[in-house]
Design a protein around this ligand. Structure first.
Ligand code: UDP
Length: 236
C-alpha cells in the first residue's frame, strides 16, 4: 500500500465531544491511539482541531453576542481540544507539539511554520490550535492553509456523522449515493457542499488532494493515513 509521507488531519470539534458539549476523554483516547499507530508506522502527521463542541461564533452571534468576540471564544475552545489530544498522545509515547495562532506561551508554542515542519521531520505530531487566529474563518479553511504551508501531501477530513461525500444529504435523502472519487470541478458542477466555500476554493486552486472519511469505524484514521481507499478522494 502506498501510504502518505506527510498528512494534515482535520478533526472537527464534534469528534472530541462525542456529540456533547466539552471533551469526552474516552473518545479522545481512542482517536489518540489511531494517530499514535499511524505516526509510529512512519507517516508525518499534523492535526488541526475544530472547536464546535465548545463554541461556534456564528451560533453565539445569533444569540446576541458580538461576532468577533464570539469567534475568539471559539478559537479558545479549540485550544482545549488540542491539549486533550496532546495529553493522550503523550501518554502513548508520541512526542507532540501544540502550536497556536494566538500566542499563549504557558500552554503552547506560537505558530511557526518552519518549526512545525522540523517537528514533523523528527517524528513529532504537530497539533495546530486556535484556528487561524482570525475571526470569520472556519477550521476547515485553516486545515487547508496549514496543509499547504507545511507541505502536506493531502488533507484528511475525519467526520463523525457521515463516511464520505454523497450526491445529497444521506440523512435526509435515502437515494443519496456515495462517491469513491471526485474531481474539484465535478464537485462544483454537482453543487456538492463538502465544506465551506473558502476552504474548498483554497484546496481546489492549489490542487491539494482531500479525503473525506468517517470515524465511525475504529481504525479508519490509520487506514486512510496508510493510503487505504476509504471515504471519498477529491482531486484536481
Ligand atoms: N474560529 C475563528 N477563526 C478561525 C477558526 C475558528 O473565528 O480561524 C472560530 C469560529 O467561531 C468557529 C469556532 O472557532 O465557529 C470553532 O471552529 P469550527 O466551527 O471551524 O469548528 P468545527 O466545526 O470543526 O468543530
Amino acid at each position: 500500500m502506498p501510504g502518505y509521507r506527510r498528512v494534515l488531519l482535520k478533526l472537527s470539534g464534534e469528534v472530541f465531544g462525542g456529540g456533547k458539549v466539552g471533551v469526552d476523554p474516552d473518545v479522545v483516547q481512542t482517536i489518540a491511539k489511531e494517530i499514535a499507530a499511524a505516526s509510529q508506522a512512519g507517516t508525518e502527521i499534523a492535526v488541526v482541531t475544530g472547536g464546535g463542541n465548545f463554541f461556534r461564533g456564528s451560533e453565539l452571534q445569533q444569540r446576541g453576542m458580538d461576532r468577533v468576540r464570539a469567534d475568539y471564544m471559539g478559537m479558545l475552545g479549540i485550544v482545549m481540544n488540542c491539549l486533550a489530544l496532546q495529553d493522550f498522545l503523550e501518554k502513548l509515547g508520541v512526542e507532540t507539539r501544540v502550536q497556536t495562532a494566538i500566542t499563549m506561551g504557558q500552554v503552547a508554542e506560537p505558530y511557526v511554520p518552519r518549526r512545525a515542519i522540523r517537528h514533523m521531520e523528527k517524528g513529532r505530531v504537530v497539533i495546530f490550535g486556535a484556528g487561524m487566529g482570525l475571526p470569520f474563518f472556519s477550521t476547515d479553511t485553516v486545515a487547508v492553509q496549514r496543509a499547504l504551508e507545511s507541505r502536506c501531501d493531502v488533507v484528511l477530513y475525519a467526520k463523525s456523522g457521515v463516511d464520505g461525500v454523497y450526491s445529497a444529504d444521506p440523512h435526509k435523502d435515502p437515494t443519496a449515493t456515495k462517491y469513491d472519487e471526485l474531481t474539484y470541478s465535478e464537485a462544483i458542477a454537482r453543487d456538492l457542499r463538502i465544506m465551506d466555500q473558502t476552504a474548498f476554493t483554497l484546496c481546489s486552486e492549489n490542487e491539494l488532494p482531500m479525503v473525506v472519511f468517517g470515524m465511525q469505524t475504529e481504525g479508519n484514521i490509520l487506514r486512510v493515513v496508510q493510503g487505504e481507499r476509504i471515504g471519498t478522494l477529491v482531486t484536481a
